[in-house]
Design a protein around this ligand. Sequence first.
Ligand code: AMP
Length: 299
Amino acid sequence: MGGTRAGLPVVARTREELREARARLDDGDVAVVMTMGALHDGHATLIRTARRTHAHVVVTIFLNPLQFGPKEDLSRYPRTFDADLEICREAGVDLVFAPTPDVVYPDGDPGVRISAGPLGDVLEGQSRPGHFDGMLTVVAKLMHLTRCTSAYFGQKDAQQLLLIRRMCRDLDFPVNVVSVPTVREPDGLAMSSRNTYLTPSDRETALCLSAALRAGAAAAEEGPSAIRRAARAVLVREPLALVDYLVLVDPHTLVDVPEWYRGEALLAVAGRVGTTRLIDNLPVLVGPRGGPLETFSQP
Ligand code: AMP
């Protein structure tokens, strides 16, 4: 364990170190930001947002094997711990919990897991079977281990955020779940640790995802099929982006909204660019005075 409050955050690698460091923070008000490392300004924004209203911020850095499929990018996922720690220091983090899998899963693969249920089978869940069960299982464990009162998550991973909210409500976790709008590069690309996989030409191609969302949102006054049509028109002009899905769904049920629908909806896209699977989404208001929303009005 090392570090001081004024300088680098305290780093805990083991449960014992976490327990000791956590005991030194006031019990009442601890926010957690859970990450897989390779931190960027999206993560830093979550931390800074938490910092504004909480006495203490804990960041977890953990590549959770349970949420990666056998053909996914666990082994090549970027690992940049020293730079991550510096970002945490700048953003005012008290404590970084950076365990290895054997610390989080001392008995190996947990036989008991959180089930995401039907909401975990659609969209991302369709391409990544078991992903959301693995994600919720580690989020539940990290909530218990850090004993947080609030947890901050990015709108960037909209389905993940929805499922974490549901888990906390359905299973009575005493944690306030807070969402933070997606942070983007100046050209619109949603920040992601996986963007480092993109070649310069992949990166150009990837811009079609956020451009499609913007085009869809610009048609929001005309209704759902106009939104879908406008977004799809951008994607078809970019054959190098292999689109997995483009949907306009109810943000609570993830079911396609019907043509008569007016109100808040989630416009979400996923696709492969080069070797990298990317996701992005935009909350939109459908109907009169419609357009992109920074965030949904109801959690
Ligand atoms: P990750 O390290 O990718 O698992 O992300 C950790 C947290 O940061 C999750 O709550 C993500 O939704 C959030 N996050 C990742 N990218 C962004 C972004 N571009 N803007 C806002 N939040 C983000």
